[in-house]
Ligand binder design. Structure first.
Ligand code: 5GP
Length: 114
């Protein structure tokens, strides 16, 4: 299913989203159906479909995504209380949109899976 075009359109501002930050490498925006008081998505501007597609050539993009996720947590003032950064991969991981994204979740005590 090629639903990754949704995120490509958000990057190009062809469909609306509350974009919080954008640079040459990543775009950061509010999740449309928040599962926590703060639920933000961090995505690379160039398509990487899943975590399985991280490789030697693009791995620095992931480091930048992580850095921007933490900066965003600080800006949203949730870093002291804490937050989760989650990447879902494929069917068993619960990935619905086939475009690699980090979920930044916080603003309340969140359930753990384990
Ligand atoms: P996944 O389950 O693939 O890890 O997460 C996909 C996330 O994208 C979900 O939390 C969902 O709410 C969010 N999402 C899906 N479509 C849109 C959209 O059109 N706009 C925004 N802002 N978020 C979306």
């Amino acid at each position: 299913m090629n639903n990754y075009s949704i995120f490509q359109k958000i990057i190009k501002k062809e469909i609306s989203a509350n974009i919080l930050y954008q640079d040459k490498i990543v775009t950061v925006f509010d999740d449309i159906k928040p599962k926590a008081p703060i639920h933000i998505l961090i995505i690379p501007n160039n398509l990487i479909k899943t975590a399985n597609d991280i490789n030697k050539k693009n791995k620095d993009i992931i480091a930048h995504m992580f850095y921007i996720a933490v900066q965003t947590a600080k800006e949203k003032k949730i870093s002291q209380d804490g937050y989760k950064i989650i990447i879902n991969c494929n069917k068993h991981g619960g990935q619905e949109i086939n475009y690699l994204h980090m979920h930044l979740l916080g603003g309340a005590k969140l359930k753990t899976l384990y």
